[in-house]
Design a protein around this ligand. Structure first.
Ligand code: CA
Length: 269
């Protein structure tokens, strides 16, 4: 993710002087239109473009029909064809204006939207399919036409890996009727968030008592113990067998690793 650096007042004054003094230096970038799309050869790819003279046109409007960005001003085009099936992340958040990205397949008149959004998008690129990338000023900052576009296109990091086990014996609290299920979890990778969630069900007489509980998990490659307290939504858990369905999920910026265990757990006091 790019970070916007604060600019000093003198910096702003200097910038203004440059803009006022040299308006004729800027020209529309060569990839202002679809026909001039820059071909991205290999990943990672990055480009810095002055888009202040870039324009928007009917092709942008067609792309935006199914995207719904507030604007597609100062847009520029790229295209990318992968030799293999890969996850791709496109990040324009380092630009000095609020930039958005749309990804389509097809050509003008037959565009199909794959994804779009502000700041950054991720999508699954199929081998040998050409993806057209439109980077634009979405006007979420309320004005201006483009600026310095910073676009980074990279292969998505692999999904985090997560592995969960569930202990065969759990406990229950006869006062509150809650059950506590435990186990271990091992999780690694570039992770934004990770958790274990337990759905517990137990036959008590003619009824099936059910409840859910969850806990956050730390992903540092080591095996850790987890413990989740589950309250029955329609009654109290008691001693004896219960069915535990446990999901462990670890998500990176692009996709998630998931593990799942369905086990019989004996609840004891
Ligand atoms: Ca354009």
């Amino acid at each position: 993710m790019g970070m916007k650096r604060p600019i000093s007042a003198t910096g702003v004054a200097l910038l203004l002087t440059l803009i006022v003094a040299a308006p004729a230096l800027a020209a529309a970038p060569g990839n202002d239109t679809y026909a001039g799309a820059v071909v991205i050869g290999s990943l990672p790819y990055s480009d810095t473009v002055d888009t202040t003279e870039a324009t928007t046109d009917a092709d942008d409007q067609e792309v935006n029909v199914n995207c719904g960005a507030p604007a597609t001003d100062a847009s520029v085009w790229y295209e990318f064809t992968s030799a293999a099936d890969i996850g791709v992340v496109i990040d324009v958040s380092g630009s000095d204006y609020t930039a958005g990205v749309a990804v389509v397949t097809g050509s003008p008149g037959s565009f199909e939207l794959i994804t779009c959004g502000p700041y950054a998008v991720g999508f699954f690129a199929e081998a040998d399919v050409t993806y057209r990338i439109l980077a634009f000023d979405d006007q979420l900052d309320g004005g201006g036409n483009g600026g310095t576009l910073e676009i980074v296109v990279m292969e998505a990091p692999p999904a985090p890996e997560i592995d969960v086990t569930v202990d065969p014996v759990g406990s229950f609290d006869p006062r509150t009727g809650s059950a506590t299920i435990t186990g271990t979890v091992t999780c690694e990778g570039e992770v934004e968030f990770a958790f274990v969630e337990v759905e517990l069900s137990q036959r008590v007489g003619r009824f099936i008592i059910r409840g859910f509980g969850g806990s956050e998990v730390t992903c540092d490659g080591t095996t850790q113990e987890w413990s989740v307290e589950v309250f029955g939504e329609n009654g109290l858990f008691k001693g004896g067998k219960a069915v535990s369905v446990t999901f462990a999920v670890a998500c990176g910026t692009f996709d998630c690793g998931i593990d799942f265990e369905e086990t019989i757990v004996r609840l004891r006091r």
